[in-house]
Design a protein around this ligand. Structure first.
Ligand code: FAD
Length: 386
């Protein structure tokens, strides 16, 4: 058993770390406070080829192994979780197009998506349906060689930049409902597609999250992902498995940043004539944080490796569930160690504390992850140990 990153992964990690230290860390707090869009960071993502993380090389992508994929999100989230969102849903959507798209769709979209000339996201959630995706109300009705789409999507990350935006729709009223669901690739400039508002958020700033209204939006039938109706639910669920590894890695990055800040602060903050790091109560917190973060990291890389060889519903769910809970605890503990200063916007832990909860919600809430894990255990498909 080898717990080391290989040479390429280590080099890649070092490159990412240097980029984050130089181009993200110095601006993150200021840009998040002022609500400035991180254009220069997005340009650097383009230059580094990061929009092509999950795109096959034949279409100009990096087609990274899954551990390297996790490293990208861990390192970026260590600098600023908000900007990891620019790449997160983009990478899920490009993976979905690469794996489920027709050859025509792949050739049409993937080269530009890999270079970042085009960007994308993924539109599943609706005002009345998030966890219960089979309850969506967005409909696409076939009209000759076109589909006509009507509905509202909400909480859509990257919506203002997505072109195309993959939209989960109902194409028939079949039961069970998932049989009547499909994904349509909707170009951003289609008439009737409106970004109706940006949703105000606790954290995860730097990436827009919007409500999207589709009113009689007409798209050619060739926009049906994979060319066959009724496969949408299976297509998005497979992408969400990759998404859980991405969220787990982001959680590890946020937790690590919280730990680094807490350790540094505890060494320099004096109380009762000594650094607070000398107090055993503070040391116990640091030890718990470090142990949990390392366990979350191992679990994330484990799920990433396992996902190379096929479906990993329970592994990805375990990693996402555990790592996001660790991030919640670590950011809270870092705040405690900072005392009053942890509550100040002048210290990074305040932002980390606001960014952490999203990881417990996005890509399926943690209660849903626990249900996924339990189902796999009961059905006998989950792996515990080796
Ligand atoms: C910042 C942000 C960005 C997002 N980006 C995107 C995006 O790009 N694209 C996109 O499509 N969506 C996006 N989402 C939406 C996100 O995926 C949903 O919020 C999430 O799936 C939960 O859905 P919901 O909010 O409708 O909650 P609900 O489904 O209403 O859940 C509410 C509560 O009920 C619980 N619950 C629901 N069903 C069950 C059940 N069967 N058993 C037990 N408990 C249950 C949940 O665990 C939760 O605690 C984003 C959300 C946020 C906050």
């Amino acid at each position: 058993m080898d717990f080391e990153l290989n040479e390429d992964q280590r080099l890649f990690q070092r490159t990412l770390r240097e980029f984050v230290e130089k181009d993200i860390v110095p601006v993150a707090s200021e840009w998040e406070r002022t609500g400035r869009y991180p254009t220069e960071i997005v340009d650097r993502f383009r230059q580094m080829g990061l929009f092509g993380l999950t795109v096959p090389e034949q279409y100009g992508g990096l087609d990274l192994d899954r551990v390297s994929f996790a490293l990208v999100f861990e390192e970026i989230a260590r600098g600023w979780m908000g900007v990891a969102g620019v790449l997160g849903s983009h990478s899920l959507a490009t993976w979905m197009i690469a794996h489920h798209g027709t050859e025509e769709q792949r050739a049409h979209y993937l080269p530009d998506l890999a270079s970042g000339a085009r960007r994308t996201g993924i539109a599943l959630t609706e005002p009345g349906a998030g966890t219960d995706l089979q309850g969506i109300r967005t409909r696409a009705v076939r009209d000759g060689d076109e589909y006509v789409i009507n509905g509202t999507k909400t909480w859509i990350t990257n919506a203002r930049h997505a072109d195309p935006l993959p939209v989960l729709v109902k194409t028939s009223e079949e039961t069970p409902a998932h049989r009547g669901m499909s994904v349509l690739l909707v170009d951003g400039s289609r008439e009737g597609l409106t970004i109706s508002r940006d949703l105000p958020k606790l954290g995860y700033k730097g990436t827009e999250t919007c409500e999207v209204v589709l009113t009689d939006v007409r798209v050619p039938a060739s926009c049906l992902l994979g060319g066959v109706e009724g496969r949408g639910m299976q297509q998005v669920l497979s992408a969400l498995e990759l998404g859980r590894i991405n969220i787990a890695a982001r959680a590890v990055g946020v937790a690590q940043c919280a730990f680094d800040a807490a350790l540094a602060y505890s060494r320099q903050r004096q109380a009762f004539g000594q650094p607070i790091a000398d107090f055993q109560a503070v040391q116990l917190k640091l030890a718990d944080m470090a142990t949990e973060i390392q366990a979350a990291r191992l679990m994330t890389y484990w799920a990433a490796v396992r996902s190379e060889s096929g479906a990993v519903a329970s592994e990805a769910a375990m990693a996402k569930y555990f790592a996001s809970e660790v991030a919640l605890r670590a950011t809270m503990e870092a705040m405690r160690i900072h005392g009053g200063y942890g509550y100040s916007q002048e210290f990074v832990v305040e932002r980390l504390y606001r960014d952490a909860p999203l990881m417990a919600i996005g890509e399926g809430t943690n209660d849903v992850q626990r249900l996924v894990i339990a189902r796999a255990l009961v059905q006998g498909t989950a792996t515990l140990g080796w």
